[in-house]
Design a protein around this ligand. Structure first.
Ligand code: NPG
Length: 368
């Protein structure tokens, strides 16, 4: 495929309610979309970086810069190229996985559209629907939390994830268990908010029968996670630490985790995400698909990925309306706690031009 043009489209989508984590409060999604035009088709990618480098080192302005300055010129000057060659082509540039992922995603979408194949088929999906989980932000009070969780259970979500931080953990989980019972599939996500000396405190979560605790310690602290995992009954799951399939293999071998959250943007693309899935499957380690407040573009691809066989836990895959009053694609809806995997060519969805026009804060063609 010969790439003839790449457009960056930055949009702002307001969230229906503020989403608070241990690192930030998000009220609007500042998202970067990448559009690749080839001789035969066009494709879309979504960059999951946030506006500020508070989840990982990447941030939207930095992604735009590295795409413009390095990745797109390398891609356009490479001549005819397939999606599988994008990551090797960009491998001489260190890091910037979210930016790389967005570009590869768009090239893959264009290629698959041209060939009439879906993302799901390309990645090796074995299911046509996936169960939906929802992530519940940190709130000001327990009544507010219980109202939110109650609403999501009512809506049919199959698993609840509570964001936690020091001061909003054991008692918040206790309140949810007391109100909704022990059978609700429940897990917690700390986004690196604890330190090794918090092990005794985190052990207090063991009594609640949680599915897992996600990323309690800093990204680089694999050894700390191994020490913690040995002392907790709650299974330890890693998110931020898993930046590649090789990192997943290391973390598993070091016993730093027994479950892995797969986020394509964090590992450099959907093709590497599939390799993370495969490495975990080979070790008997279950995975689930993480979420980064994606628009319909990223959500479509996540659904395809989450339909692979070793995605045995419900992911952070919720209906578009969980976050957005208006999505940029036809909204994704949930039926009986599940969502259908798109079947059309490529991602199976594309942005609605009129919505993009209204939501765009910056558009720029990077054409030679
Ligand atoms: O449902 O898309 C979703 C969001 C799920 O909690 C969620 N994501 O740490 O996993 C996370 C968190 C996150 C959101 C991280 C936005 C970074 C940005």
């Amino acid at each position: 495929m010969k790439i003839s043009g790449v457009e960056l489209v930055r949009i702002e989508l307001p969230l229906t309610s503020p989403f608070r984590t241990s690192f930030a409060v998000e009220t609007v999604r500042d998202a970067l979309l990448v559009r690749v035009v080839s001789d035969g088709a066009e494709g879309w990618g979504e960059c999951v970086a946030l506006a500020d480098p508070v989840y990982s080192s990447e941030y939207v302005d930095g992604c735009i810069d590295v795409l413009k300055r390095h990745f797109v010129p390398a891609l356009v000057s490479a001549g005819p190229i397939g999606a599988h060659e994008v990551s090797p082509l960009l491998s001489r540039f260190h890091g910037h996985r979210m930016a790389k992922s967005a570009l590869e995603m768009a090239v893959l979408d264009a290629e698959l559209r041209e060939e009439g194949r879906s993302y799901a088929r390309e990645l090796g999906a074995t299911r046509t629907v996936v169960p939906c989980g929802v992530s519940v932000g940190i709130m000001d009070s327990h009544p507010e939390l219980l109202a939110a969780v109650g609403g999501y259970l009512e809506a049919g979500y199959r698993r609840i994830k509570l964001k936690i931080e020091p001061g909003w953990d054991v008692e918040a989980v206790r309140a949810v268990r007391r109100e909704f019972g022990d059978s609700v599939p429940l897990q917690v996500d700390a986004n690196t908010a604890y330190r090794r000396q918090d092990v005794a405190h985190l052990r207090r979560l063991d009594e609640f029968g949680l599915l897992l605790i996600e990323q309690p310690l800093p990204e680089e602290d694999l050894r700390g996670h191994a020490m913690l995992a040995a002392r907790l009954e709650t299974p330890v799951c890693l998110d931020e630490s898993i930046v590649s399939a090789a990192a997943a293999a290391d973390a598993i071998t070091l016993s730093a985790c027994s479950i892995v959250n797969v986020k394509p943007g964090r590992v450099g693309g959907y093709l590497e995400a599939r390799r993370v899935h495969d490495v975990c499957a080979a070790h008997g380690v279950p995975v689930w698909c993480g979420g980064m407040l994606e628009t319909g573009i990223g959500r479509a691809a996540n659904l395809a990925l989450a339909a692979l066989p070793n995605f045995v836990l419900p992911g952070d895959i919720s209906a578009s309306e969980r976050y957005y009053a208006e999505d940029i694609t036809t909204p994704f809806t949930m039926a009986d706690g599940h969502m259908a995997v798109p079947e059309g060519a490529g991602l199976g969805v594309a942005p609605i031009a009129a919505v993009l026009d209204r939501r765009a804060t910056h558009r720029e063609w990077l054409t030679p």
